[in-house]
Design a protein around this ligand. Structure first.
Ligand code: GLU
Length: 400
């Protein structure tokens, strides 16, 4: 009898994390690696946030807190959601968790019965389908098209709904495409959802503050308050405040469902790190100009990467609205060979050869459920991005 549970065969290790780990290891071995694989800001956490953590440590805030987070952090989150999106949540409707990933895990584990379906527009973040499978659910993947800017249409949503549909997941701006839904585009989707009162909505807003060209992110409940009693709105500090390692994500959801999330969390991690909670209070309630400063830098980097990669023969690169990724088509390079004779039969072969022959780490589109592409993260310095783009260009041009 195998020690490994059957459910483990339903999932793969996270590809974003596996490739980033591989790049880290190659770097440690002294190789000249530029990692564009991790979805992680290269900025340091702003000083006033670190200071709040240092003070919390000095004050001895080193014990368990309420499972869902301290009253202070839940209130600070509720206030921030109100300031940023006009959302009106009480702190009893907020659950603070160990990263956005735990929020997703909590929500799906607390709700899915075997065979329940979750609609996921693709390209999608690597972990969505696997968390659904771990929770005994069935991911229903709906491919969006580059012609629609990788946005799901109302017709596509309606067409994917069955009587087993339990959730619709939406991620705007999207990892990996950077596509953000306008209010009007969200409205088209919420109009469909109003027709199906049993379907819940999971709004992953983790990149909501990282949106460019003067656009403003909208979230589902803001656009359609009638969906408030069946929506989980997720956000966190990792991306917008450069706080990935602190592991803080949070949900805003109706109190009865929030109680279920807390019940589950009480049997897994209990509260998220107490010091990280104190830092989150500072991030949520302190000055927000750190976010806009980082956003401006990301926008410049986006422009750089898009303009460089668009000039490379064989690549097609749209203009992302937000997040810090470019999702680049390599479809016209599939079938070619590298100068060392390796065949590029898939986007996975492309990123493997790119890493081994040029030292640039990126993630293949198939990991995001959309083969034929690769994702680069531009959350890294201009110098490294310029060098990475040069290497990618040279590599693509060397294919025959
Ligand atoms: N969300 C980030 C990414 O897509 C971090 C790694 C992960 O958890 O997937 O790269």
């Amino acid at each position: 009898m195998s020690i490994v549970a059957e459910r483990m065969n339903r999932i793969l290790p996270s590809q974003t994390i596996a490739i980033t780990q591989k790049a880290r290891q190659l770097k440690a071995e002294g190789k000249d690696i530029i990692s564009l694989s991790a979805g992680e800001p290269d900025f340091d956490t702003p000083d006033f946030i670190k200071q709040a953590a240092i003070e919390a440590l000095a004050k001895g805030e080193t014990r368990y807190t309420d499972v869902a987070g301290t009253s202070a952090v839940r209130q600070a989150v509720a206030d921030r959601l109100n300031a940023d999106f006009g959302l009106d949540y009480r702190k009893e409707e907020i659950c603070v968790s160990t990263g956005g990933k735990q929020v997703i895990y909590n929500a799906l584990m607390a709700s899915l019965n075997a065979g329940d379906e979750v609609i996921i527009p693709a390209p999608a973040w690597v972990s969505y389908p696997d968390i659904v499978r771990l929770a005994d659910g069935v991911p229903v993947i709906v491919q969006t098209s580059p012609e629609n800017g990788f946005r799901l249409t109302a017709e596509q949503l309606r067409g994917a709904i069955t009587e087993r549909t339990k959730w619709f997941m939406i991620n705007s701006p999207c990892n990996p495409t950077g596509a953000a839904y306008s209010e009007q585009e969200l409205r088209a989707l919420t109009d469909v959802l109003l027709d199906y009162p049993d379907i819940w909505i999971f709004a992953d807003d983790i990149y909501a503050k990282l949106i460019y060209d003067g656009r403003v992110s909208k979230t589902i409940v803001q656009v359609e308050p009638r969906l408030r009693d069946r929506t989980v709105t997720m956000n966190g500090v990792s991306k917008a405040y450069a706080m990935t390692g602190w592991r803080i994500g949070f949900s805003a959801a109706p109190e009865a469902f929030t109680k279920q999330l807390i019940k589950l969390q009480s049997q897994s991690t209990s509260n998220p790190c107490s010091i990280a909670q104190a830092a989150t209070v500072a991030a949520m309630s302190g000055p927000q100009n750190c976010v806009s400063e980082m956003r401006e830098v990301y926008q410049t980097r986006r422009d750089l990467v898009v303009s460089r990669l668009s000039q490379v023969d064989g690549l097609e690169c749209g203009r992302p609205d937000g997040a810090f990724y470019a999702f680049v088509s390599v479809r016209s390079l599939i079938g070619k060979k590298t100068s060392t004779g390796r065949k590029i039969a898939s986007c996975e072969d492309f990123v493997t050869s790119l890493l081994e022959e040029t030292g640039v780490a990126a993630v293949h589109g198939a990991a995001f459920l959309t083969p034929g592409y690769f994702r680069v993260s531009y959350a890294t310095s201009t110098e490294l991005l310029e060098e990475a783009c040069r290497r990618i260009k040279r590599f693509c041009e060397s294919l025959s």
